[in-house]
Design a protein around this ligand. Structure first.
Ligand code: FAD
Length: 439
């Protein structure tokens, strides 16, 4: 219910930012030549899309909880690309309205309004090209992240300056008030994201309580909220994630990790992390008492309550959200059936085997272990996730469409599982996915 209200509120907010400027403009200005009108409409829509694309990835917890991080980022990408297309259409309409204005593209002679428009467009297009070519260019995540943030800020700032220098729309008090409201919204959201959450919010402060080795390549980080905020607990839903930083600065590296512990409303929280690169490889070296900053919880990869049963398909460290769901279910005495399929490359990479064996006695839980490649002394399942495997796992379930499905792991595994579930006629709205690669 709460989630539905939050969704509606966010949809209304984004809808208002997207269409209000155009509606107001059309309402207050007398009809003019078509191309001129169209150039203003496309320009306003581009600016609104850019503002919404900026708000979306700003780590607003109620937003990521309402829609899930994957949908939030999908819409962010869609609006970013739409802003670029609308900007190009705006330019085409400006030239169609008055062909002499093609001269404005000459940056050596252009005034501040066209110059700022050109700077904004170049920043926006560079940002999109870099985002699309990131893996092909093998751009390190941090380099990509900072170029993305810098180019987005430049694009937004220059777009605002373009409107300001034009002095056409802002000359009207209604439009001026509307631009001021959108600017205030952006400043509030960005201030929350870059100043409050990263530098000031005391509830983001944690200390390391323990670092536990799970395997040679996976560790669990146990964090405790700082004692001076002991009145508050870290309240999250199983399956949610948080960004972790080792420094208070907004320039510090930040990485997302799923909360692996039970949602118990207490002061500790656990993250199980694979040593993938420089940041995650440094985590096992943290000492008890080291400060850590946690921005979360975020996301909607959560099973909720009252459903008939939960099927979880996890690859590698993608088992972390499933562990949080199962630990929470055990803590709450949940009687629903849970069916977990875990896939790993090698037997040693199967995580939490002992704990899952204990949980099988506490919950209606069945665990199916799958190794990618066959090994001589392995009698269990091997190979990819397919219809055959899922049919065997779910043989006892009567109505597959009544269960909720959670998929987390490498892209290939998620795609295989989606294909198999589609063959089994599982409705799409019952399937939830979380991929550990945001970009
Ligand atoms: C929602 C979500 C939940 C996750 N949960 C877990 C978890 O529970 N356990 C776990 O081991 N891993 C998890 N990950 C993956 C984890 O964030 C990356 O492995 C980690 O950021 C790698 O950082 P690195 O510097 O050590 O490695 P790098 O070598 O720098 O990165 C390895 C790859 O991880 C991705 N990545 C790096 N930094 C980030 C970032 N800040 N944001 C998004 N992607 C990034 C990039 O695609 C990069 O190619 C999760 C990712 C997401 C998006």
């Amino acid at each position: 219910m709460e989630q539905r209200i939050a969704r509606t509120a966010w949809l209304v907010t984004f809808g208002a930012v997207l269409v209000l400027p155009v509606l107001l403009y059309l309402a207050i200005t007398p009809a003019g030549p078509m191309w001129s009108q169209l150039s203003t409409v496309t320009g306003l829509l581009a600016l609104s899309a850019l503002a919404c694309a900026t708000i979306l990835p700003s780590r607003l917890r109620s937003l990521t909880r309402a829609f899930g991080i994957e949908s939030v980022l999908d819409v962010h990408r869609f609006l970013g690309c739409s802003a670029a297309i609308l900007t190009l259409l705006h330019l085409a309409c400006v030239v169609a309205a008055d062909p002499a204005k093609v001269a404005l593209l000459d940056v050596t002679h252009a005034g501040p309004a066209p110059l700022s428009a050109t700077a904004s467009t170049v920043a926006m297009l560079t940002l999109i090209v870099l985002a699309m070519l990131r893996s092909r260019l093998r751009l390190a995540y941090e380099a990509f992240r900072w170029s993305h943030v810098g180019l987005a800020a430049a694009s937004l700032l220059f777009a605002g300056l373009h409107v300001w220098f034009l002095n056409k729309l802002v000359a009207h008090p209604v439009m001026d008030g509307m631009f001021a409201a959108i600017a205030a919204l952006l400043i509030a959201v960005l201030g929350y994201r870059w100043i409050w959450r990263t530098m000031l919010d005391p509830t983001a402060e944690f200390i390391v309580q323990q670092v536990r080795a799970e395997t040679h390549t996976v560790s669990t980080l146990v964090l405790k909220a700082r004692t001076r905020h002991s009145g508050e607990v870290f309240d999250f839903e199983p399956g949610q994630f948080a960004w972790i930083r080792l420094d208070r600065s907004p320039a510090a590296q930040e990485h997302p990790f799923t909360i692996a512990s039970a949602a118990r409303r207490d002061h500790t929280v656990e993250f199980t992390i694979r040593h993938a690169g420089d940041f995650t490889k440094a985590l096992p070296g943290l000492h008890p008492g080291s400060p850590v900053w946690v921005d979360g919880p975020h996301g909607a990869f959560t099973p909720g309550t009252g459903r008939t049963g939960v099927v979880m398909i996890a690859g590698g460290v993608g088992v972390t959200p499933m562990m949080s769901m199962l630990r929470t279910a055990a803590h709450r005495g949940d009687r629903r059936p849970y069916r977990l399929v875990v896939v790993a490359g090698r037997r040693e990479e199967l995580l939490f085997r002992d704990e899952l064996a204990v949980m099988r006695t506490q919950l209606d839980l069945e665990v199916t272990e799958v190794l990618r490649r066959p090994v001589p002394d392995w009698s269990g399942h091997t190979g990819d996730i397919g219809v055959g495997l899922l049919t065997a796992v779910l043989a006892a379930e009567e109505r597959l469409g009544d269960l909720d499905y959670f998929l987390c792991g490498p892209a290939g595994l998620v795609t295989d599982a989606l294909d198999a579930l589609s063959v089994l006629d599982v409705p799409l709205d019952r399937i939830h996915t979380e991929q550990f690669d945001m970009v």
